[in-house]
Design a protein around this ligand. Structure first.
Ligand code: NI
Length: 143
């Protein structure tokens, strides 16, 4: 199989707070910095979803990127865009709203839907700020 990797980019903005109520303000500030702000704050996230496959004989596509976009929008973007990750997002309930955990949550939301379309989800890249992003490969070691 001539495996090739395709990526769809989507964006959303959302509020969150990284804060443990069982810790003092000083410890929260120390560990989480500005992300521990009591009164919330937001980020403009960039999400990259990468799918592996072989180009179809018929279309030349691994997977229709428009279809991939629709899956991401209906399963992730609609649930999270302009929302509060800690309070509003079903798949993040009770979980620390770090970028790491959000990337894992997004993977779990879309993995089966993508695989059902013949692609194989291999990577979620989630950019939180200009300087910080995470990559998740389904818990496997990529390299
Ligand atoms: Ni933050």
């Amino acid at each position: 199989m001539k495996a090739i990797y395709i990526t769809r980019r989507e964006t959303f903005n959302a509020a969150h707070r990284l804060r443990r109520e069982d810790w003092s303000d000083a410890k929260n500030d120390d560990v989480f910095g500005k992300c521990s702000n009591k009164n919330w704050h937001g980020h403009n996230f960039e999400l990259f979803v990468t799918v592996k496959g072989a180009p179809s004989q018929e279309t030349g596509f691994v997977m229709n990127l428009k279809e991939l976009g629709t899956i991401i929008k209906s399963s992730v973007i609609e649930k999270i865009d302009h929302k509060n990750i800690n309070l509003d997002v079903d798949f993040m309930k009770g979980i620390m709203s770090s970028t790491e955990n959000l990337a894992i949550g997004i993977w779990d939301e879309i993995k089966e839907l993508i695989d059902a379309k013949g692609g194989e989800l291999v990577k979620i890249k989630l950019i939180e700020t200009e300087n910080n992003f995470v990559e998740y490969f389904g818990g496997k070691e990529p390299f």
